[in-house]
Design a binder for this molecule. Sequence first.
Ligand SMILES: Nc1ncnc2c1ncn2[C@@H]1O[C@H](COP(=O)(O)OP(=O)(O)OP(=O)(O)O)[C@@H](O)[C@H]1O
Length: 616
Amino acid sequence: MATTPAPAQNRSSVRTLLRLWPYVRPVRARLFTAAFVAILASCVGLVIPLVLKWLVDGPVADRDPAGVGLGALYLLLLGFAEALLFGLRRWLVARPLSHVEASMRAALYRRLQRLPVAFHDRWASGQLLSRGTTDLMLLRMFLAFPLTFLLVNGVTIVVGVVIMLLQDWTLGLVILGPAVPVMVTCVIFEKRYAEVARLAQDQVGDLTTVVEESVLGIRVIKGFGRHRNQARAFSDLSGTLRGTELRKARLLATIWGVIVTLPEVAIGAALVVGVVQVADGGLSAGTLVAFLSTALALRWPVESIGFLLAMSQEAATATERYFEVMDEDVEEAGAAAAAEGSRSAGRNGWARTAARSIVATEPGERGLRFDDVRFRYPDAPPGSPPVLDGVDLHIRPGESMALVGATGSGKTTLTALIPRLYELTSGRITLDGVDITALSAQDLRAKVAVAFEEPTLFSAPVGDNVLMGAQDTAGPADLERALSVAQAGFVYALPQGTDTQVGEQGLSLSGGQRQRLALARAVVGQPEFLVLDDPLSALDVRTEAAVEAALRHVLADTTALIVAHRPSTVLLADRVALLSGGRIAAVGTHHELLRTSAEYAHLMSADRSGKEEGAR
Ligand SMILES: Nc1ncnc2c1ncn2[C@@H]1O[C@H](COP(=O)(O)OP(=O)(O)OP(=O)(O)O)[C@@H](O)[C@H]1O
């Protein structure tokens, strides 16, 4: 499993949350209007105690039923206006915020598509999934609620306190008593909660990874009877997450306790002092009623601060996690010597200038060429030797070259460098004399087609899976030709032919069928350069021979590099290159190498005996 994310940066929560501004900007007018409406609603709520004061000291004291009726009508209208304004606020924010969430999710997805394979090697998929789902949901909730209400409640508390001080400043001071301890508690809480919230969100990511792995690997789990172990691993992780969530709940309970208790004690004290003052005649009953009503109206804004802070903290953590992915450079920093001076040509380092490509073109260098190619995986342990250590190889135009080497010698790695799935550590690869780093992604993908060892299919019709190998140029005739080259006639026997939907990961097809579709995908666009990573490994001998015969026609016009493990695949190629010790140790025809290279002869004969054993 890939590792968990980069450590959190030491940024304040407010600064972290400010990074959301570019996404919130388009809906700022609505958000500000909503905040203004909410403040208005809260202030309307604070007028109610003042009407009460007028009611108690006026019509009630004067025993004036008409006045009491009028007062009641005022109260009703104020309550109605408050409810209406809060409803309006909700209506104002709901639609734009779902838009913010959707655009952030789309931006994350686009980024994930553009990030290099080395990034995906490093990151657990569950961590990425949880960032695109749970974290973005937390952010939408933050923008809808705490963001507005921390402001609204802050204004309400200030206005309410001013009103109370104006009513009676001694009672006002009694109410203000707990302000300092409450604030200190909030600061301590914010720090502690930040740590636990981050832990919980990372653990959700880990849990998602386990679920995803066990769903994808369900056949292996069942085949080896590992379901109990998987269930135990899952329950351990979810137990850990539960523990973290409980820590969050305890912290929230503590701050809630302080925030609720202290103001309640202050209200109680103000009540006692106020009643004594009314008894002494220093305060009117109406003022005391208004004062206490205002204090009670402020209870919710004060009490809610605890969970509003908690939600804000979770949103800050979610923002941090979101930008950990968004901040990743789409080109691995310092990965490619060939990328030198490329950053001015775009952040992803792909679109080099035309001038550079002209400079890179050398006459007589046609075909596919590796010049002193060195490569080390970015996540390889420090001090480990490079996988490729000075590969020099020239595949002439129209030639097909088989690449042979012991398992783990770096064959797949070498093929992955051609479509730039990884950046070279040093050296260069040229296509017809043009450095691959001088080509735009689109141009490179149009020239080079790849069929990987692990044929991946997508949940889409069979035909679409194959046609995705051609850049919108291929039609039904190309599809038919590609399927015939790959001997994938089985497609026409499927219920809806080429329109048949392939299950997730192509699991509804056999390994050999998937491999043939991947091969068809590689040849459908009639690429100039074809890279095949052991394309026939899952086929039976007869199908392999048929595919080979068809492939020979395709390969006649194509420059191809074919990773091969068996002599039958090697024989497809004009020449063979032996990869050993990170270098090309020998190049020649199959028969030449059998004579001149003991390692090659050993690899081929060992394979043959293995096959024979398998056949027996
Ligand atoms: N993503 C990666 N990160 C770090 N090391 C890797 C990564 N992928 C492969 N390697 C290492 O690179 C080396 C070469 O692997 P590669 O898959 O290229 O070999 P191969 O010759 O294709 O092997 P096989 O014939 O078994 O398919 C191996 O030692 C492998 O452990």
